[in-house]
Ligand binder design. Sequence first.
Ligand code: IVH
Length: 681
Amino acid sequence: MDTTQAKERIAALSDDIRRHNYNYYVLSRPTIVDYEFDMLLEELISLEKEFPELVDSDSPTQHVGGEITKEFRQVQHKYPMLSLGNTYSEAEIGDFEERVHKIIGDGVEYVCELKFDGVAIGLTYIHGRLTQAVTRGDGQYGDDVTSNVKTIRSIPLKLHGTGYPEEFEIRGEIILPHASFEKMNIQRMEDGDEPFANPRNAASGSLKMQDPAEVAKRNLDGFFYYLPGNTLPFKTHYECLLAARSWGFKISEFAVRCNTSSDIFDYLNTWDKARHELPFDIDGIVIKVNDLRQQEILGFTAKSPRWAISYKFKAEQAATKLLSVAYQVGRTGAITPVANLHPVQLAGTVVKRASLHNADIIAALDVRIGDMVFVEKGGEIIPKIIGVDMEKRSADSSPVLFISNCPECDTPLVRSDGESAWYCPNGNGCPPQIKGKLEHFISRKAMNIDSLGEGKIEILFDNGLVRTCADLYDLRSDHLIGLEKTYESNDDKKEKKISFREKTVANIMNGIEASKKVSFDRVLYALGIRFVGETVARKLTTHFLSLEALQAASFTDLIEVEEIGEKIARSILDWFSDPKNLEIIARLRIAGIHFEMDESLLARLSDNLSGKSFVVSGVFEDFSRDELKKTIEAHGGKNVGSISAKTSYLLAGENMGPEKRKKAEKLGVAIISVDDFLRMI
Ligand code: IVH
């Protein structure tokens, strides 16, 4: 195929794929089966690879994610990104209508819309192409998150149809649908990361990620609702929405025109109930004057438009009986009281448990067993108890006596000054803490033994094979073969069975063996010393260079290190003063774990690739595979042997096997060239 033919084919494929993306992600009405779609995309990817000079910045292949962003550029909004006045009652909506009526007179038409609970975004299109995506920031300046927004498949990189202004901005909300949110949190918990509290936080966190290829995996979505500026050839807001829809934007089908107050209240009451059936979060409705001329007359206050207002739904509450309080021991030993409730229907789900946070909150609420309590589900997934119905308190209600000993190991609990949580101090002897420590040790950013996981650690623990991370290195295959356990999956709550067959065991042993190569900074992080996270571990290892030196460091030596404060220093000294920990270190040392910075890491050039894993495959013109692998490590990245869903990139050279490519595409792993790679670092 020559360049002219390739250009034509790329244009035709891009148009087709764009249309299919629109049908699938915007209209939810695909007209092609997944396999055929994948074939089209694959053809486009390989043509773009063959003819890199023909790659367009708005090619649909850009949805898989481009270059890494180290820091987001601050961009000034052309039109300040204002927010809306909030109301919480029908009376306040009446006041709003009254204000509008005073200025405009009779017969004002409104548009009622859903108020999407996500992250506000402004997209700029020039000649029909997405050129910039900026977050709200402080309303005047926001972050340029264009490369991340480009990965959202429902957002058109190139507009459809005609009639759009040469240059314009459209505003909307980036959201994370419930299904993607749940999937993402399951993955985070498996990786030992904190789950996000709600989809809005998750969407916001995702938009700020440095690697667009990772953002692409998050399944973000976006709804658009506003075209700022008055250069549009339309008379009403509603017409703007219809036009934007015809250009390929996802516009909610639930925007309706209302001519009377009772239409508005009907809309409000309908959605207050029906919101739980939506596959994403809304936190209210928005009421806008439809006529653009009238909007102009009404204008803006310093903070918000006078032509629109939002009505926020109240967090739903229910009253139910507090049956008992249970206490959970977390990985760090922190004790969390959890209320067991008489099951009650709340915001679309049956609630049986609620968080009570800590002893202070229990005391402040003055909550007693047997009380009728009010539970509320705000933006967070776990409902909380917000009060007690004192009138219904019965004479036989009994105070909640916070436990004084650990429910798992019976050790007396401790609480330091100024902290609200009680802790079980038996870190090395309390089962959930031991398992938690092991899970942390094997986690991806630590020793990365991904052939082990929560369930398998549990089996090893239950069979008395591991009590500390050092025990992992004494395991032998014949200890493991044949062990099994049934457990309830976090995922779908169904019973699953893990059994250790030969292949599983071989994988575990290989994973443990491979972990001996993990660099000292990650080993230090893996040890799970309180307050020593990834960054602190890196600071400490680059400063002290060996575990021996770190261990010999005094309080003063420690706080001299950049970013190490008194709290961290004290925690490190505490950790090294425990003989059990010293024994663990001694055994890990015998096992061959790195306790020194190795030379290649001292030569670390940057952290640009930190947290990223690469498979290097094929032949490269200017580099050997080994050189590339060393470069990856020198920039904080990691080399892995085979592609999995966790791999960040496939660095592809010539003559790479087609199977590898297929696997990477299937798992959504970004395939990059040496040039892409060099740009990243
Ligand atoms: S219109 C000039 N419409 O809610 C203001 N905003 O609390 C234009 N939001 O800033 C905003 N859904 O981030 C509008 N259908 C909707 C919305 C919506 C969610 C967000 C938006 C806004 C905030 C106000």
